[in-house]
Write a protein that binds this ligand. Structure first.
Ligand SMILES: CC(C)(COP(=O)(O)OP(=O)(O)OC[C@H]1O[C@@H](n2cnc3c(N)ncnc32)[C@H](O)[C@@H]1OP(=O)(O)O)[C@@H](O)C(=O)NCCC(=O)NCCS
Length: 245
């Protein structure tokens, strides 16, 4: 369960972060450079209105990453087909956005369609190359496992290539059973039944992530407005200078 103190720290940090100009770069890099862990990674559930961002995210993956993510070297058309085929009503898509509102990490929790396996779900994830090694993959895994648990899922499956050390590390560290079979590895995590704590934690996480996203939207609009204002000022100044000549 998230401690109220952690929440306060997160919201204080967030308010400082949001209204920094994008030109100033990412604050999290500073935190990472000093070795300080970031307090909270806002992970939100995303719906069909984000479909273009999902496509942009997946299309930005290198051929090798596409191979690791989908188990085959998906081309652009196959990725588009996967995105169009996403079932937002049945499944859950989670995302992490940066301040420019780029989807830098996403996970797909696919619920089983087989009536006999209805308490199973499959987890798939991708993090853009420039955002790796910050724990986003692991956080998305935890978030998906929490959601699956609250939806009554008893087993979350991960299908990965045996060479995918990062993914297998995430699954192993979360307590999943990992079974290697040649070049492919199956992992599954047994989930506890939901309780009040797991439900409250998920609700709170989602609330924080939605607020974070809204603030990022506002901050972006604010910086665009300032940029326009600056352009107008520069125009006025230029014409004054010309009149003086
Ligand atoms: C797998 C992937 C999601 C990991 O994302 P990430 O945000 O970089 O992962 P994390 O930062 O949470 O790191 C998770 C663990 O893997 C380790 N790790 C990360 N990259 C690694 C690498 N290239 N080699 C070995 N271990 C690695 C980390 O050290 C960490 O372990 P630790 O907790 O013991 O330090 C990302 O590499 C990716 O998108 N790959 C392409 C798509 C893919 O493989 N998807 C998974 C199949 S569904």
């Amino acid at each position: 369960m998230i401690h109220p103190g952690t929440l306060l720290k997160a919201s204080f940090q967030a308010s400082k972060e949001f209204f920094r100009s994008p030109a100033q770069g990412s604050g999290s890099r500073l935190a990472q450079a000093s070795g300080a862990p970031s307090v909270i990674v806002p992970i939100r559930s995303i719906g069909p209105s984000h479909i273009e961002r999902i496509a942009t995210h997946l299309l930005a993956l290198s051929p090798q990453d596409r191979y690791l993510r989908f188990g085959y070297s998906a081309n652009d058309e196959q990725i588009q087909r996967y995105v169009t085929g996403l079932n937002f009503e049945r499944d859950e898509i989670f995302g992490i956005y940066n301040r420019k509102l780029e989807l830098i990490a996403m996970a797909h929790l696919a619920f089983s369609t087989d009536p006999e396996l209805k308490n199973c779900a499959e987890f798939g994830v991708s993090v853009l190359a420039q955002a790796r090694g910050r724990g986003y993959g692991a956080r998305l895994f935890d978030r998906a496992a929490m959601h699956a648990r609250n939806e009554g899922v008893a087993m979350m499956f991960i299908h990965a290539l045996s060479e995918n050390t990062a993914m297998l590390n995430i699954a192993h560290k979360a307590g999943a059973t990992v079974e290697r079979d040649g070049s492919e590895t199956e992992a599954y995590l047994k989930l506890q039944p939901a309780n009040l704590d797991s439900r409250m934690t998920e609700m709170l996480d989602e609330q924080i992530a939605q607020t974070d996203y809204r603030l990022k939207v506002q901050a972006r609009q604010f910086w665009r407005f300032l940029a326009t204002l600056q352009e107008i000022r520069r125009g006025v100044q230029d014409s004054r200078d010309r009149m003086r000549l």
